[in-house]
Design a binder for this molecule. Structure first.
Ligand code: GAP
Length: 448
């Protein structure tokens, strides 16, 4: 099979069959835009997040992390502009009352009501019915704090993780050993009441973001944008994404927020071959800190001791969704190969982020082999902290196929000879080659 043509249906089916992603509350008919990660999905997602954190927080001396609350004082979302402006253009089928993203129906990237109304003037809904007027729909989920439900205690589930970073800018500056330029990173859930969630985990209502707000002297902002853009690319390559499927696209001024000085999307050609937003990087100027200073009444300016300048820092924001990265990894890793007249499905996921790093597969369930295999398993888990799977059921061929489909880079088979020669066989996922190694050398062999 041409590996460039993996369809969304194929990925959805593999994800369900092999325990990566399930529909949320499936036994009750599901809920549009919500998904649950299964045993292999959660391992993969955790590995993606750990890799991001290691690359962008631990390996960068000028970036520190936080973990902010999902629910914040609603004033924060007034200052950020979300209460007023976090809207998508919506249009309704007047017969079925199904709602659609007006920009998607019109095939344009804008939320300009006049333009959309004009473009949809003579259009029908996908079901062939009349459309109502185009209007704006705020995508924040509302809830209430405390026992009473009223307008006074409305709060929002955060629509992005960035908010808590801005409100903690001064706290971090005062407590961590950082000075401008520096970044604050955060990974966490965000919630958006998307009008039409779709394409599996690509557009969801509960998503997870990995965001950095990098605070800089305005004069250096573009320099840091270019530097962080390069770092991002490097990280995506390390994850094993296909480079020929990725590209940066600079957003034209009319597609950017009014305060944005520059904005790039990193796009990935998912299943249908059309580039779609994987992540982005923006020069947000000093909009955020200026707004938070105005609404909180706190001074968020910075005095640079070296240049003797006082300024409101500019912010460069690299942001990316865990769910979209995970989908791109599945797409990049999916391969179908002919082996001895049969089709082998294999996920060629980079070993560092594979959901299962090693599978221990004894060739028999006999007690003496189980005892040795159990020891090998325990020792390897203790020494490495990898996710290691132990499986002694079914034929070895079936077990290999299963591990191939979940992307396990190494299978270790233990046979009766192992009892004598204290050696085991490593089977490599991508080449299917096998080599015999001493048990005492297993960790170093598998770490290479
Ligand atoms: N703080 C900036 C911000 O939130 P965004 O472009 O709205 O920017 C950032 O979102 C990233 O979050 C996107 O590039 C995408 O990876 C992810 N994302 C946004 N909405 C999403 C959704 N509905 N489903 C899945 N991922 C989403």
């Amino acid at each position: 099979m041409n590996n460039n043509q993996v369809s969304l249906d194929t990925l959805v089916s593999l994800a369900k069959r092999r325990g990566f992603v399930f529909q949320a509350s499936e036994i009750y008919g599901g809920l549009a835009g919500f998904w649950d990660y299964g045993p292999y999905g959660v391992e993969l997602a955790n590995n993606i997040k750990a890799s991001w954190w290691h690359f962008f927080v631990r390996q960068q001396r000028d970036i520190v992390g936080i973990d902010g609350a999902i629910i914040q004082n609603p004033k924060l979302w007034k200052a950020s502009g979300h209460v007023e402006g976090f809207n998508d253009p919506l249009v309704e089928d007047l017969k079925t009352h199904k709602r659609y993203r007006a920009d998607h129906l019109a095939g344009v990237d804008t939320s300009d009501l006049e333009q959309l109304t004009d473009l949809l003037k003579n259009k029908k809904s996908p079901d062939g019915n009349e459309l109502g007027p185009v209007r704006l729909f705020n995508m924040m989920f509302k809830t209430h704090v405390g026992v009473l439900e009223g307008e006074d205690n409305v709060v929002y589930l955060r629509p992005e993780t960035a908010g808590a970073i801005f409100s903690n800018y001064k706290n971090v500056l005062d407590t961590a050993r950082v000075k401008i330029p520096f970044g604050i990173a955060q990974i966490g859930k965000a919630f958006r009441n998307e009008i039409s969630p779709r394409d599996f985990i690509f557009r969801v209502r509960e998503l997870e973001q990995m965001e950095i707000e990098y605070f800089t002297n305005p004069a250096d902002a573009q320099k840091h944008l270019e530097r962080l853009k390069k770092l991002y690319w490097q990280w995506l390559i390390e994850l094993g994404l296909k480079t020929e499927r990725m590209e940066w696209r600079q957003l034209p001024p009319e597609s950017r927020a009014h305060y944005s000085a520059d904005n790039w999307d990193v796009e990935y050609k998912y299943f249908d071959g059309k580039p779609k937003e994987l992540g982005g990087i923006a020069n947000r100027t000093n909009y955020d800190l200026t707004r938070h200073a105005q609404l909180s009444g706190k001074d968020l300016s910075y005095f640079d001791e070296t240049t003797r300048e006082r300024f409101i820092p500019y912010v460069i924001e690299p942001t990316i969704g865990v769910d979209r990265v995970l989908l791109a990894i599945l797409e990049s890793a999916y391969h179908e190969e002919e082996v001895n007249g049969e089709t082998r499905v294999v996920l060629k996921i980079a070993p560092e982020i594979a959901p299962v790093r090693v599978a221990i597969l004894p060739l028999s369930k006999k007690s003496e082999l189980s005892a040795l295999s159990g020891e090998v398993y325990k020792k390897l888990v203790q020494e490495t902290h990898w996710n290691i799977e132990y499986d002694e059921t079914q034929s070895i061929g079936k077990r290999y196929r299963r591990q191939d489909e979940i992307g396990t880079p190494y299978c270790v088979t233990i046979d009766f000879e192992s009892l004598q020669d204290h050696a085991v066989t490593i089977r490599h996922r991508d080449t299917m080659e096998q080599n015999r190694v001493q048990i005492k050398n297993l960790k170093s062999e598998l770490s290479m």
